[in-house]
Write a new protein. Structure first.
Length: 182
């Protein structure tokens, strides 16, 4: 009977000709051409980069079906997640969407023009504003999110639910140092 570590390795090791992907070929070539380098990170991060490109396409498709661009979805989703009354300060939106204040001002202006958000004075500080999701914005983000989640379920369909949880935990650990406050 194999040791637990060996069994785990067997469960994820590529089977010749079956589970191999382009990254396996890239890593093998680098190991051959640059044996002095430890190219193990490429096995993970090249796959993450490739999946990110596929996910970007999947997201663009889900959002464009609802006349939204990715950045528009990001702002609307941040407001929707805030809970009723679905409003945040521009500073809070900056933190959640990782853009500069100038970029956020431009984005909010464009969303106001489309009727997806509105600005209103902050009740506790007349010099500040809050950005609030309109009914049209809520409908657009909810419909786009539903399509996105369906597409992401299809993308992750090759994994069992427990495998998804393990993958999520591992990615969370790798991403944590890059997060705000991480």
């Amino acid at each position: 009977m194999p040791e637990p570590e060996e069994a785990q390795e067997d469960a994820v090791a590529p089977r010749e000709g079956v589970d191999r992907d382009e990254v396996d070929g890239i890593v093998a070539a680098w190991r051959r051409e640059a044996p002095q380098l430890d190219v193990d990170p490429l096995e993970v991060l090249s796959r993450v980069a490739r999946l990110a490109r596929h996910l970007d396409r999947l997201r663009r498709d889900a959002f464009s079906a609802h006349a939204l661009e990715t950045w528009e979805f990001d702002v609307l989703a941040a407001l929707r997640r805030a809970g009723a009354p679905h409003e945040l300060s521009p500073g809070q939106l900056l933190v959640q969407t990782l853009v500069t204040s100038g970029t956020m001002t431009n984005r909010v202006d464009r969303l106001v023009t489309r009727g997806l958000v509105q600005r209103r004075p902050a009740p506790d500080d007349g010099r500040s504003v809050l950005v609030r999701l309109t009914d049209a914005g809520a409908q657009a983000v909810d419909a786009a999110l539903a399509d996105l989640v369906r597409a992401e379920h299809r993308m992750l369909g090759v994994l069992a639910p427990d495998e998804r949880q393990v993958l999520a935990a591992l990615l969370r650990r790798v991403a944590a140092p890059f997060e705000v406050g991480g």
